[in-house]
Design a binder for this molecule. Structure first.
Ligand code: SF4
Length: 403
């Protein structure tokens, strides 16, 4: 194994500036999430069927029979690389399955806002070299993306004075991983909830409350600073705005940006990509023209934005990256799982181990800003097949069932 660099697959930032944790303790020190991801995938174990160890070929055959017999199969989880997602879609097409990512509810918040009123987003690189004011909306994004501010606050940015840069928290109390030397302030929203605070901020930025609005002083002052900023950045993680109508909040944020861009420059960086949610949605869009969720029926694939999974009779769960939450509603379903050793969902009827992309096999993953699909080379040789290879074998066996 001659990997020249490590692309960390354990969150959507896909950091490529740290050594592989298997050969150094540095990643553990630099990033707790990478350390947890690495720990989650290290247990070993082979295929099993009904709780009994099985040869991979027998497990593939059992999985194919179950899929061929299912009337309303669902392919879910989808924490894998580009190649795994392509194979999952081909299998879904063959079986007439529905397809959804485990984090789709959070992903939809950004997607619905984009579909409704558009979005102004930027890249990690542009924000790193230009942003003078970063407003973090909702929760502490560094809990889900521990190195995001380290990545955004370069010691010597190209187009902004390092000493001018500020971070403002709109919602979060504090940051678990704050960058050294950058002032962090928390805005007192005067008892307004996040929805009302963003609406008030937008009204102030657009001059609609001048002179007669009763807006908390700190919010009005923030609006002035946002208008005066030369390049501002709104940063959030959709998983942190977990309220009914969160897509409307994100739509408000995008409208706020669009208003600010009449006078100055602002952009959003909606953080995502962990558990390959951006990868799965990107491949779905490339291949079918629709983001997830999808439904394949009669050889046709179509978007399924408001799915109802009450009639699912088999779940094929794909998780070669850690961090997914197995859905409560699927706990009583028969489950076939293709996953990294250690990531089998409890009670899976069939489990087939597969390699972790970026660690045990090479793979491509889409980064949080959506503009690059990074090649993540393998770091260790375990002999495990890639998830794509396992899914291709299941598809071939499903085809054989149909003959
Ligand atoms: S921030 Fe994310 S990508 Fe970067 S080292 Fe930590 S887990 Fe890996």
């Amino acid at each position: 194994m001659n990997a020249t660099h490590f692309v960390c697959p354990f969150c959507g930032l896909l950091c490529d500036d740290l050594p592989f944790p298997g050969t150094s303790g540095h990643v553990q020190a630099a990033c707790p999430k990478a350390a947890a991801g690495w720990a989650a995938i290290r247990p070993t174990g082979g295929a099993h069927v009904d709780g009994v160890p099985a040869e991979e070929a027998a497990a593939v055959r059992t999985a194919a029979i179950a899929l061929a017999r299912a009337r309303r199969p669902l392919i879910g989880g989808l924490a894998g690389d580009v190649q795994a997602m392509r194979a999952a879609l081909a299998l879904a097409d063959r079986c007439g399955a529905r397809v959804v990512h485990a984090h789709q509810a959070a992903a939809q918040r950004n997607l619905f806002a984009l579909q409704s009123r558009g979005a102004v987003t930027t890249t990690l690189a542009e924000a790193r070299h230009r942003a003078d004011l970063v407003v973090i909306v909702g929760g502490d994004v560094t809990q889900r993306f521990p190195r995001v501010l380290e990545r955004l606050f370069a010691p010597e940015p190209l187009f902004v004075e390092a000493a001018q840069r500020r971070i403002v928290l709109l919602g979060a109390e504090t940051l678990e991983h704050a960058p050294a030397g950058v002032p962090v302030e928390r805005v007192d929203c005067g008892g307004l909830d996040l929805f009302a605070a963003v609406a008030a901020l937008r009204a102030c930025c657009e001059g609609r409350l001048d002179g007669h609005g009763r807006v908390p002083t700190a919010l009005a002052a923030l609006a002035e600073r946002m208008r005066a900023s030369r390049y501002g950045l709104l940063l959030w993680a959709a998983a942190d705005v977990d309220d009914a109508g969160a897509d409307l909040l994100i739509e408000q944020l995008q409208q706020l940006l669009q208003g600010l861009n009449r006078e100055t420059r602002w952009a959003a960086l909606p953080l995502a990509g962990s558990g390959a949610d951006l990868t799965a949605n990107a491949v779905a869009a490339w291949q079918t023209g629709f983001a997830l969720p999808l439904e394949f029926r009669g050889g046709e694939g179509a978007g399924d934005p408001f799915p109802d999974y009450r009639d699912v009779d088999l779940l094929l769960w794909i998780a070669v990256l850690p961090g997914l939450t197995f859905p409560d509603w699927a706990r009583d379903l028969p489950v076939v799982a293709v996953g990294a050793p250690g990531l089998a969902p409890p009670g899976a009827r069939v489990f087939i181990p597969a390699a972790v992309p970026g660690v045990e096999s090479a793979g491509h993953l889409v980064r949080t800003d959506g503009v690059v699909t990074l090649y993540a080379p393998a770091q260790v040789a375990t002999g495990l097949p890639s998830a794509a290879a396992v899914l291709d074998r299941i598809a071939t066996a499903v085809q054989a069932q149909a003959c």
